[in-house]
Design a protein. Structure first.
Length: 299
């Protein structure tokens, strides 16, 4: 928890320190406090809708005397945020299939490749063998990057030449995964945004190939998002979710932003489980998301 707190320092400064400052020395809850709280939440990128809902709940509880003190207000604020973050979803159980196939999508630069490397390391530490499939054949550099990471982590990689048909690469890669009795497959996909329509068609095709190759796969489709891009995150979720049906989210670069409230905003808006958060550039800097722990680190 203390490490997570350190990594979330920028957000904490922008959020918890301002809230503590607001509450400091105050005994009574007045309208002014709730108004200022609202502003702090918006500034920390909790989003207008989530913030309004939260303030509405707190206002109601205050007027009904369910909240009587500043201490209680703080506790309730925590609880409200926790309620937004706790999304009902089956626990992630990669044991239920072999190979367990995760397709990763996201716009270039969000940290998708790094996230895949970190995931392979995370599962390797649990004794799992990973295969990374390099299906972003659009960029030669993407294949190279994935290869460097695979070597560093000690994971298998399946790749073809730049320009190869991504769906064909995935098809062949999955055959290799089956033959080699791989535990978990990560499919790295393209994220070029300038050809949005082509990209979505390419991703849909990859998804179909996975469905046809392995029963019930892809077991997960994870969208990787860059927390530093603030509310852009929301439009990206909409776009990818519409096209593919995203089953989980990864929010990266939470160490690099003061607007970590985007986590709350995203959970509140989409009710898609946040599976991991990225809190740095190194391999251990991917953290399984735990709502309770996150709230404790935040406030
Ligand atoms: P991709 O284009 O989506 O595959 O993005 P990359 O994985 O290549 O990452 C882009 C940049 O973001 C790299 O410089 C990474 O080191 C950096 N990065 C990725 N995740 C994190 C994170 O959680 N925190 C920080 N500070 N940097 C990150």
């Amino acid at each position: 928890l203390s490490r997570l707190k350190d990594k979330l320092l920028k957000t904490r400064q922008n959020f918890s320190e301002r809230i503590n400052h607001l509450f400091l020395g105050k005994k009574e809850i007045d309208e002014h406090i709730l108004e200022e709280l609202e502003e702090i939440l918006i500034m920390a990128d909790l989003g207008v809708e989530a913030t309004q809902k939260l303030i509405q709940n707190l206002t109601q509880k205050t007027s009904q005397k369910e909240i009587n003190s500043i201490d209680q207000l703080k506790q309730d604020l925590k609880q409200e945020i926790l309620n937004f973050l706790q999304i009902e979803a089956p626990p992630l159980d990669i044991e239920k299939a072999k190979p367990f196939v995760i397709m990763l999508v996201g716009v270039n630069g969000v940290g998708k490749t790094t996230a895949i490397a970190k995931l392979a390391k995370y599962y390797k530490d649990q004794g799992k063998r990973s295969l990374l499939i390099a299906a972003d054949t659009f960029r030669a550099a993407a294949i190279e990057q994935l290869e460097i990471w695979a070597e560093r982590v000690g994971a298998e990689i399946y790749k073809q030449q730049p320009g190869a048909d991504p769906a064909a690469v995935v098809f062949d890669g999955l055959q290799v995964a089956k033959k080699q009795e791989i535990d978990i497959v990560f499919v790295d996909t393209a994220g070029r945004l300038h050809t949005k329509i082509n990209l979505m068609e390419e991703l849909k095709k990859i998804k179909k190939v996975i469905e046809k190759s392995i029963p019930l796969a892809p077991h997960e489709i994870w969208l990787v998002l860059d927390a530093t891009t603030g509310q852009n995150v929301i439009s990206q979720v909409k776009m990818f979710h519409e096209a593919l049906g995203v089953t989980g989210l990864i929010l990266t670069k939470l160490d690099g932003t003061a607007k970590g409230g985007i986590v709350v905003s995203t959970c509140y808006t989409f009710k898609i489980p946040l599976r991991f958060i990225g809190i740095g550039e190194h391999l251990p800097d991917l953290h399984p998301f735990d709502a309770q722990e996150f709230v404790e680190a935040l406030l």
